[in-house]
Each structure stands twice: as structure tokens, then as C-alpha cells.
Design a protein around this ligand. Sequence first.
Ligand code: IPM
Ligand code: MG
Length: 365
Amino acid sequence: MSIREYAIAAIPADGIGIEMTEATIEVLKVLERRFPDIRLNFETFDWGSDYYKKHGEMMPADGLKTLEPFDAILFGAVGTPDVPDHISLWGLRLEICQGFDQYANVRPTRVLPGIASPLRNCEPGDLDWVIVRENSEGEYSGMGGRAHRGHPEEVGTEVSIFTRTGVNRIMRFAFHTAQSRPRKLLTVVTKSNAQRHGMVMWDEIAAEVAKEFPDVTWDRMLVDAMTARMTLNPKSLDTIVATNLHADILSDLAGALAGSLGVAPTANIDPERRYPSMFEPIHGTAIDIAGKGIANPIASFWTAVEMLDFLGEQAAADALMTAIEQTTWAGILTPDVGGKAGTVDVTNAVVSAILDSDVQRKSVG
Ligand code: IPM
Ligand code: MG
């Protein structure tokens, strides 16, 4: 048996990120027992807001160099009330996303069995989306500045940057994603009625790239109207592509419509595989419930599914996703999705679902 080994850098960072990452590593270690030809070698880094308080930086200056040889990064969440958000984010998460040019952010959303959507009459299968978020430029380009600081005439600018290269590559990625899904359906989100430069270019490039994918049906939606469509007609959507900020907002809506942000995963991907890609739950640090043992680990587990998938370990990814779905279906749910279970209960249930299928597999085989 030849063993496939992967080096995984774990960065739990802050708040519930710490307990979620711990639970995820535990689950992945159990998965390794079921798939003995896979070995995941974890190295954990203590970077984050506590590190900042001690060292004056969110990660060491050569942090990206340290991470570069890894196959993937498993990230928790970053942000605490006592470190300004723009420092903690730009110093760690965005530094990694942009430094490693992880330009495709992939956010699957689905109503899992046993979890109720807040939408009336939302049957299983009615809401099954993948949001592709441009992750390297747009409104998050970091361009802008402040002048006349502290004076009445103070100015702040926040400039969105759209490059032909950047838009082209995310459109191609999104069309590919749509093509790989059964419905082959893509909605391109825009705001080109009001934003008449970058967003008009975005639309033009979408139309150009569409010609390379004749088998994908696509349409265009203004972002404001998109919130209504997601809420009123979720079935009409499948794959969605949007700018950095638009997709940030839409993906919170998507998570909420799927029952909770506590189940929403994300992958920051460098599709060209020049650098490690980074996998994290969407929910953030949830400081109010950190350390209480009630945070929902499903988002982080689903994130690990995305990671295994990207590493090419489809069977392990499917096994973990099945274990997650068995757990939610059995009603072992944390309070954010209407249950009474704790992080440990959900983790244990996923672990036994992984091991149970092991038993089944052995008895079948
Ligand atoms: C997300 C988050 C981040 C983002 C924040 C924490 C900077 O909201 O991953 O959606 O806006 O990218
Ligand atoms: Mg967000």
C-alpha cells in the first residue's frame, strides 16, 4: 500500500476558531484510521490576536515562507475585541489569501438533512448553491488612504480594483464550477447599473468567457435583486459568481438561509496550485460563545471536506460529508440550529458515524 502524505498547517487563531480546529483535527485523525493510505501531518501555529499582543504582529514576518511548503492550511477564525479588526484581518487571513494569490473563494451552501431553513416551504434540494467569490481584488484591494487626518476636511478613499486578468480568471473558474455540477447553471452577480466602470467590464468579460462554455446556461443579476431571488426563489439558482464584497454579503445570507452560519464552509483556493490553499469556516470568532463548548463544528468539518476534495482525496471527502449528514439527520445539533448538543456531542457523533461505516465496510467486504 502506498501512502499519500499531506502536510497541513493548522492556524486556529482566535475565539471559537481554537475549539473548532481542535475538533476538526480530531475528526480528521479518525478519518485517517478509515483510510490508512492517507496520512495528514499537522503542524499547528499559534498565530493570531494573542500572538499580536505579545509580538506586535499577527504572524512572524516570514510567516508566508513558513507556510509555503505545506499542502494546505486549515484555518480557524481571526478577530478579538481588543485588537482592531483591520489589523487582525490584514495581518493574518487576508495576508495569507492575498500573499498566496488564493483568488477563488468557494462557498458551498446546502440545507443539510435535519436542519431547518428559515424559509417557508424550502424542501431538501431546493437550496443547493456554490458561491464563487473573487478573492484577490475588487473592494478588498486595499487601495485607498486617508488625508487631512483628524481635521474637519478629512477624506477617506476605498478604491475597488478590477483587472482584466483578475476578472477573467474568476469567471473561468466559476464557469468551470458550474460546468462540473449537474444543472450547469451560473448566475453572474453585478451592479453595473450604478457602478459604470469596473462592473461594466465585469459584465463584458463574463459574456466573453461564457462563449468558451456553451454547455453552461448563465444569467446576470444585480446584487440587490439577487438578495430577493435567493430568498424568494432559491431553486432557480445553482452556481453564483460575485465580486469580493458582493459575495461576502451574499454568502452570509446564504448561510443564514441554509439554517446557520455555523454550518457554512469556505475554501480560499489557488487553482493553479502554486501555493497552498486555505480552508476555513465562514462564521468568524463568535467571542460571545468561545470556550463554552456550544459552537457548531459542522462548518469547520465541511471545510475539511473541501480540503480533502481539493487534495484529490474524494473518497475520504465523501465519507466525511456522509458522516456529517448522518449526524445532522439524527438531530444531534448545536443551539444555533435548534438543538441542545454541545461541540463535543456533535464531534463524537461524526466520529462514530465515520467508524460505523468502517464496521459496515468491513462486514460487507
Ligand atoms: C468572510 C468574512 C471576512 C471577509 C472578514 C472576517 C474579513 O466576513 O470570510 O466572509 O469579509 O472576507
Ligand atoms: Mg463574510
